[in-house]
Design a binder for this molecule. Structure first.
Ligand SMILES: NC(=O)c1ccc[n+]([C@@H]2O[C@H](COP(=O)([O-])OP(=O)(O)OC[C@H]3O[C@@H](n4cnc5c(N)ncnc54)[C@H](OP(=O)(O)O)[C@@H]3O)[C@@H](O)[C@H]2O)c1
Length: 220
């Protein structure tokens, strides 16, 4: 499977404020680019932290993009995937609405009643890992569902874990022209951080987009 990570960050590398409030980091040009990335992928993945903070829908806004997917024999919307070890997503979260299929990745530590309530709103549950989602085996299971291109949209905890597990093929970062600051504000890669074997990339493109810069990397 091909795994692409995409995120927008401030000049100081923050994904949001310390209050974990979603900010307008990019602009219309980047929204269009992200919409195109979404239109091309089989599934869009986020961590439950992003769902709890932003309540995103993770669907294509553009009906013509959905129609093009159907013409190519794909589902009109990419599958939505949430890494959520204990199924903390509220059943009324936008990501569980009828706009697209949703897969929730959980661990063996998930309370049974949470699984029941997510299943009752139509989510597919994949169990992988003992206390936290084992991303490598979860991604294998997603591949079995036909996912070949996975777009990861954050947040920092999930992105770090994917790099830690060496699962990322491509990274796109939009750097908006604002500074957020705050030691507790989420960054592109949080988690416990690396102290050796730092992931390195090949810089394949640098492009001005609106008031910011888009950097595109491939992993070594
Ligand atoms: N600027 C952007 O492009 C952008 C994009 C997305 C999000 N954001 C911002 O980022 C913030 C949310 O980021 P976040 O880092 O707090 O949350 P996150 O990465 O979205 O989700 C982290 C949660 O995912 C769950 N998870 C399950 N398996 C995991 C694994 N193997 N590794 C890591 N996490 C796993 C964990 O909860 P459990 O242990 O309960 O499973 C973990 O706490 C929000 O403020 C949001 O606005 C910004």
């Amino acid at each position: 499977m091909h795994v692409a990570v995409n995120a927008a960050m401030s000049v100081d590398g923050k994904l949001a404020s310390r209050e974990r409030e979603q900010l307008s980091i990019s602009g219309p040009e980047d929204f269009d680019r992200v919409e195109a990335l979404r239109a091309d992928c089989d599934a869009i993945m986020v961590g439950v932290g992003t769902v709890l903070a932003d309540d995103p829908s993770l669907t294509l806004d553009d009906d013509s993009a959905s129609a093009n997917r159907e013409e190519r024999g794909q589902q009109p919307q990419p599958i939505r995937v949430v890494a959520d070890s204990r199924a903390r997503i509220p059943p009324d979260a936008n990501v569980l609405d009828e706009g697209a299929d949703t897969v929730v990745l959980v661990s063996e530590a998930v309370p049974t009643e949470h699984v029941t309530s997510l299943s009752s709103v139509g989510a597919t549950i994949i169990e992988a890992g003992t206390s936290r989602v084992d991303l490598e085996s979860a991604i294998r299971e997603l591949a079995d569902l036909g996912v070949e291109n996975l777009l990861v949209e954050g947040g920092g905890e999930l992105i770090f874990s994917l790099f830690e597990a060496d699962l990322v093929d491509e990274l796109s970062v939009y750097i908006g022209s604002l500074l957020i600051g705050g030691r507790d504000a989420p960054t592109l890669a949080d988690g416990s951080g690396f102290t050796s074997d730092y992931p390195e990339f090949e810089l394949v493109s640098v492009r001005r987009l609106g008031d910011g810069v888009l950097l595109e990397y491939e992993t070594d």
